[in-house]
Structures are given as C-alpha cells and as structure tokens.
Design a protein around this ligand. Structure first.
Ligand code: ADP
Length: 475
C-alpha cells in the first residue's frame, strides 16, 4: 500500500510488485506500485502539511514521535520478523535493527528541543543580530534494503523533529518494513501529509522527486553510483543533500593487538548482515608476522558460522538479497583465486535441504593482493580477503588508497600507534579496538565518495535545518 496525505492507497494503475523472501525464493506479498502521479500527489500533500507542521512546537512534535516509539516497541517482534522475511538477516540481527530504529526516533525527538538559535555580537550599537534555525522544507528520502527499518527512521525522525515533512521511497525489495513503520505513524495520529510513502519504480519516482522545486532536501542511502546520479539530478533545483554511500572498510591488525579480540571483531564486522552493510570490513590487513595465525583462527570461526533461514533462532548468516548479489560475490571469489589467493574456507554457494534462496558460504581468502577486484571494489557479501603488511606507513597508504572513506577499523595495544592511526585514516568513522563504532549519539557518515553530511549525533538534525540570519537596525 501507498500512504499519501494520511490515507492508505492503491496505485491508480492498480499495479503491484512482488516481495520475495530471499531465504526461500517465495513471493511473500504483493504491494501497490505507484509512479509519477502518486509521487506528485505525495509532494503536494507534504507541501500543504509543511505550512502547519513547521509552526508546531518542537515539544508537540516530540509528543507524536514518542507515541511512534511506543507503538514500535509494542510491535517490535512483528517488525523484526518482517525484516527477516523480506531481506533475510538473522532474526536476532533484525531485533537489534528494530531497537536501533527506535533509538534513532527517541534520540531525534529529544534533539528537536535543542535546535537552538544564536545571538551574534553586533558591530554597531543600534543593531541586534540573530541566527534562526528553521526547517528546510519538504524532504525526499530514498532508502536501501539492507536496513529496511532503521535507515528510514534515521532520516524521517530527524526530518519531522526539525519540522520538515517527508516523502519516502523505500527499496523495492523491502517495502513491508516501511509499510509497518507507517502503520505506527498513522496510529500515532501524525497529521495528514507529514509523512508519505511511495513505493514503485525507482527511476520514475526518483526523477519526480529530484526535479520538483517544492522538494528542498534529498536524503539518500545507497550505492555511490546512484548517489552521484541523484546529486546531478538535484543540481537543477539546488537542493540540500545528504548522501550515505558505499564503503570499502579496511580492518588493520598490528602484531601487538589482542589477537582473539581482533579475530572475533573481524568475524563480526565481516559477516554481520552477511557482509551487506556499508561499514562491513572489506579488506583485512594483518602485520606479516601474525598473518598466518590470524588467517587460521579467523577462518576457523568463519567456517563455524551457522548459515540458514534467518527465522531460525540459531542462524548467524542468512541469504544474500538477490541472485545478482550472489553473482557479484562469485565473481569476486573467482577473480581472487585466479590471482593466486589461497582459499581458507567457503568459496561456493551454500546448499542445504529446504533452502532455495541466495546463500553463499562464509569465505576467507589469504594472500590477497592489489591485483584482485576485491582490493578496490565493494563486495557486499560474505568474502574476507587477508592482505599482509610490514610497516605502519605501508598499511596507512594502502588503507587510504581508495575513493571510499566511510569506516575503518584498527587493532593495536600501542597507545601511540592507536592515536597515529586515528589521525591518519581518511575515514568518517574509525573503530580502534572496536568492531561496533555506531551509536545514535555520534555522527555517522563518510569522507570522499562515501558521502555528504552526517546522520545521528548532534549534527544529524542540523541536516534538516536552514540558518536564517536576521539583522535588526535602528534600535
Ligand atoms: P543497492 O545496491 O543497495 O540496492 P541502490 O543505490 O541501487 O543500492 O539502491 C538504494 C535505493 O536507491 C533504493 O531505494 C533504490 O530503489 C533507489 N534507486 C536506485 N536507482 C535509483 C534512481 N535512478 N533514482 C532514484 N532512486 C534510485
């Protein structure tokens, strides 16, 4: 269903799209698929609603959002199951995602109350200078399938907290989580038009959103290629943009590191969500003298991971999202082996009775080198290449030798080295001895081609705010 101006709707064409469970290949739902006409109506509804919503107080907006969080908590298990069914991640990871989605909403409903203005010292006695912070306006949000719920609240929550109204287009693979979330918005009594949901063909909806002069802000999470296109398309109307794009995270292990911590952390950052997050480790760099030992320990843990349908409580690795993803993983592995990589585990599709989805075995490849595709391209799958290095300078150069700059990880017990690495890594997020450097109260975002702007933290809500300078003279 589409949700426009406070109402659940079918598409004018009555067209629908299939939603497929990637663990079984089965069609689990059919949802309405709208296009230009519905998007235009959603923009008009958001525009009309903005005129009132922007004048509500932050305290009133927070009350609505509190209700949304309450409803999400009540429906948490259903939301988690929906995530697992439509995108495959293990149910425990889906539960964590629901929690994180609620945490974002909670964080921003509080931050709404702290969008302070400023008084600026004047240069003339008869003047008074102020900076007001006002909502940007109608916001378009385009979200991916890998975190089908939390990527939405990470955008909608700061937008509506700031006083903006929103049209969201979720990924075609995962519309059900979005619909369930919108049921929470609807039941929380959010005024009509404040949030709108349009599901359907990406390009048609995307071009309607980018070309509209009413839409003042575009916030996107997805691939760098699509992000660049949307940036170009937003140029004609000079929209404000936030972009969370691809990553190619290095994971660096020095010989003085706590080896078990490093191994467990590598397993976590590589195989969480089956390697399908933009901050997943993509390149592991291990200091020469411990590379062999690290490889063996890491591969033993990777091999022990339980693969299967994410609805099974014991499963740790679910399916990939699609056949296309599976093919990319296969091509990266074949290419790495053709370039003299040594397979330590995995390396093929995972097969088991009753499973008919897009499964691949957790894979570890040692003796990786710069000739391999995997050295420069994001795999977005369960494949871990291990490179070795012999000096700090060398690994810094290799880690930074990419157009991406989202997350980097470094393991060492040497304090001086930790601080030098923290400064040298050209990344928006750096985890030192920490495989999970993501919290709602900190900024999330990338350097270089990994993005523009930040989500979360104090800066998250400012992405949805314009500054207005007011100079009052003749006093
Ligand atoms: P992924 O590789 O994670 O699927 P994409 O960048 O292809 O990343 O998709 C992220 C989001 O961008 C999805 O909602 C998708 O439908 C949307 N998208 C893809 N192409 C376009 C486009 N040309 N215009 C607008 N949105 C698009």
């Amino acid at each position: 269903m589409l949700y426009i101006n406070g109402e659940w709707r079918n598409a004018y064409s009555n067209e629908t799209m299939d939603v497929i469970n990637p663990a079984t290949g089965e069609v689990i739902a059919q949802v309405a698929s709208g296009g230009s006409r519905e998007t235009k109506e959603a923009i008009a509804a958001a525009d009309a609603a903005f005129q009132e919503w922007k004048n509500t107080t932050a305290f009133d907006r927070a009350q609505y959002m509190k209700k949304v969080s309450e409803l999400m908590r009540e429906r948490a298990e259903d939301l988690a199951k929906t995530i697992t069914m439509e995108m495959g991640k293990p149910i425990n990871e889906a539960r964590r995602e629901v929690n994180s989605a609620i945490n974002y909403n909670d964080w921003f409903l509080e931050e709404a109350k702290r969008v302070y203005g400023e008084t600026v010292p004047a240069s003339h006695q008869d003047k008074h200078l102020m900076v007001l912070r006002e909502p940007v306006g109608v916001t378009a949000a385009i979200t991916p399938w890998n975190f089908p719920l939390s990527m939405i609240t990470r955008k909608i929550s700061p937008a509506i907290a700031a006083g903006c109204t929103v049209i969201i287009k979720p990924a075609p693979a995962t519309p059900l989580s979005a619909i369930k979330l919108f049921e929470c918005f609807h039941d929380a009594g959010l005024p009509a038009g404040v949030v709108n949901l349009v599901i359907g063909p990406a390009e048609e909806i995307g071009s309607e959103l980018t070309k509209s002069p009413i839409v003042r802000k575009l916030t996107f999470t997805g691939s760098t290629a699509v992000g660049k296109k949307l940036l170009r398309d937003s140029a004609d109307t000079v929209k404000k943009v936030s972009m969370e794009l691809g990553g190619h995270a290095p994971f660096i292990v020095f010989r003085d590191a706590d080896l078990d911590l490093a191994v467990n952390s590598a397993v976590m950052t590589k195989f969480v969500n089956n390697g399908q997050t933009c901050i997943c480790t993509n390149r592991i760099y291990v200091e020469e003298s411990i590379a062999e030992e690290f490889g063996e320990k890491f591969a033993a843990k990777a091999k022990a991971l339980r693969v299967g349908n994410g609805l099974n409580e014991e499963v740790q690795v679910g399916p990939l999202i699609s056949e296309q993803s599976l093919k990319k993983v296969e091509s990266h592995v074949q290419d790495a082996l053709a370039h003299n990589g040594k397979l330590l585990c995995g390396g093929k599709r995972y097969e088991s009775e009753g499973l008919n989805g897009y499964f691949y075995e957790p894979t570890v490849i040692n003796y990786a080198n710069e000739e391999m595709k995997i050295a420069t391209e994001e795999t977005f799958g369960p494949v871990a290449p291990i490179f070795s290095f012999s000096s700090e300078e060398e690994v810094i150069e290799k880690a930074n030798q990419t157009n991406y700059g989202l997350a980097a990880y470094c393991f060492t017990k040497d304090l001086g080295k930790a601080f030098r690495m923290m400064k040298a890594l050209e990344y928006g997020i750096v985890g030192i001895n920490d495989p999970a450097p993501i919290v709602v109260q900190a900024p999330f975002g990338g350097y270089k081609e990994s993005g523009i702007g930040r989500e979360g933290g104090r800066s998250g809500i400012l992405e949805y705010v314009e500054e207005k300078f007011v100079s009052i003279g003749g006093l």
